[in-house]
Design a protein around this ligand. Structure first.
Ligand code: LFR
Length: 473
């Protein structure tokens, strides 16, 4: 084969994957080479990511990719969920990175708000209030913070281990709360007021920057000195790159563990109304803004299945989910729906019990069977999606003609149809691997294979993936 293959490492909150991509006659051909679980680890001091295992899987996945198409891979790009980080000193990792669902953040919020109020924070960073934003997590670090000399978000951290280069890619840096919403530079004044040492914030780079080759020892284990490219390293940024729409009059729902619901805009919306509606302005690829709201997402389903079948494997759980979804399609639509965004549903555990309690404490009849609970989750998610879409359009004064659902949730027929029904808008579902595609297309653009505009990349996506349309009923 010919050189010119790119590799996406896409790390999600429940699993990671390594995918090969090649552009042939304007179409992106993909091949999965590795998939691995991302199971958090609970220790005495809280809930952590198994970072060493993730790194090991990334290196093994790259080696497997190289064996699959020897000599053809040119580059690799890494994306993951946002906000989480490792602290370093003298090139060494200090402690095991925390999972954003760890309970410590609550204290962090209080500590930050005592110094900088919610209104001022939003005016500066444009982010919705999420207790796990990096800025709140950092407030719980205590003596670790002045001891550290570097902070690296997860994809930047892995890039550092792969290449020795320490940078902060902007799309993910925008999830920290320490990046100016308009300047897209570190807000050093804010950092100072929160006792975050300026020196720990790495130089910022944009998606599409080449970091250089794998370090020698890594290249030996992978089998080749691949080039590492900083892509839209926040998974949502990569997913939005791969929205198969030629224009701008769309809303998107990037639906995986979270349902990220919003619009792509040219500039942030920093109004008081947007703050109160808890909308966020994340930094996108090519300087665009993701104006969106975090909706709880497929987490409610995956965590319910984990509660019901704690001993089951991933494969068993996903086949059980398939069965429950077809049963759920036959139970009546849920009324009233529950508020999926209630903070009670953020932490891991007995989600079905919490849903039933939500209804009981309001004097409503709770869903009883597993199928009823699944139906209730789907309908409640769809309603929250529809509400967030219309709220986004109103707050940004933006015309919408279609909703694109991308990511794992785009395969959920019941959810896509319910979203069309409850929004009254046409829904276009796909691609499922939007994040990996967006990741790969930024690498392909660096190679001059596609581009130059995001719309050119989106045209490749539209040609490369089957899309399903749902009309409102
Ligand atoms: C989605 C995501 C969201 C972010 C959440 C936590 O995977 O990246 O955009 O709010 O995870 O980082």
């Amino acid at each position: 084969g010919e050189p010119g293959v790119v590799t996406a490492v896409d790390l999600g909150a429940t699993s990671g994957r390594v995918i090969l991509g090649r552009i042939e006659r304007g179409v992106l051909q993909m091949r999965h080479v590795a998939r691995f679980a991302n199971d958090p680890v609970h220790t005495r001091d809280g809930m952590h990511w198994n970072l060493l295992e993730l790194y090991r899987q990334v290196v093994m996945g790259l080696a497997a990719a190289e064996r699959e198409v020897p000599g053809e891979i040119v580059s690799v790009g890494i994306d993951s969920w946002g906000v989480d980080y490792g602290l370093f000193r003298g090139g060494r990792l200090l402690g095991v990175p925390y999972h954003y669902r760890d309970a410590r953040n609550v204290a962090g919020v209080e500590a930050v708000h005592a110094r900088v109020g919610a209104e001022e924070l939003f005016a500066r960073n444009g982010l919705q209030h999420l207790a796990f934003n990096t800025v709140f997590q950092l407030a719980t670090e205590g003596e670790m913070l002045p001891f550290a000399d570097r902070l690296l978000l997860i994809p930047d951290l892995l890039n550092f281990w792969l290449t020795g280069k320490a940078f902060a890619e902007r799309s993910n840096a925008s999830t920290t709360g320490l990046l100016g919403a308009e300047t897209r530079e570190w807000d050093l004044d804010l950092a100072k007021r929160l006792d975050i040492p300026e020196a720990i914030l790495p130089p910022l780079i944009d998606a599409g920057t080449s970091l250089g080759k794998l370090s020698l020892d890594v290249a030996e284990r992978v089998g080749r000195a691949l080039n590492v490219v900083a892509v839209g390293s926040h998974d949502t940024a990569s997913a939005v790159v791969a929205i198969p729409n030629p224009g701008r009059d769309f809303a998107f729902i990037s639906c995986g563990t979270w349902g990220l619901v919003g619009l792509e805009l040219d500039a942030p919306v920093l109004s008081e109304e947007a703050r109160l509606a808890n909308f966020t302005n994340e930094g996108g690829v090519d300087g665009r803004t993701r104006f969106l709201h975090n909706v709880m997402g497929l987490w409610l389903l995956s965590e319910s299945l984990r509660h019901w079948e704690p001993a089951a494997t991933d494969a068993q759980r996903s086949s059980l989910l398939g069965e429950l979804l077809s049963e759920a399609a036959r139970v009546p639509a849920t009324a009233p729906v529950f508020d999926v965004n209630d903070p009670a549903f953020v932490s891991a555990g007995d989600i079905p019990v919490r849903i039933r309690n939500w209804y009981r404490s309001r004097g409503e009849r709770p869903p009883e069977t597993r199928a009823e609970i699944v139906r209730c989750i789907i309908d409640s998610l769809a309603q929250a999606f529809a509400d967030a879409v219309s709220e986004a359009a109103r707050l940004a004064n933006h015309e919408i003609s279609v909703i694109h659902i991308v990511g794992g949730g785009s395969q959920n027929v019941l959810l896509c149809q319910a979203t069309a029904d409850r929004s009254g808008l046409r829904v276009v579902a796909g691609p499922t691997e939007a994040t990996a595609m967006g990741n790969m297309l930024i690498q392909a653009r660096v190679l001059g294979q596609v581009g130059p505009d995001l719309e050119d990349l989106r045209a490749v996506v539209a040609r490369s993936t089957p899309l399903t349309e749902y009309l409102p009923r």
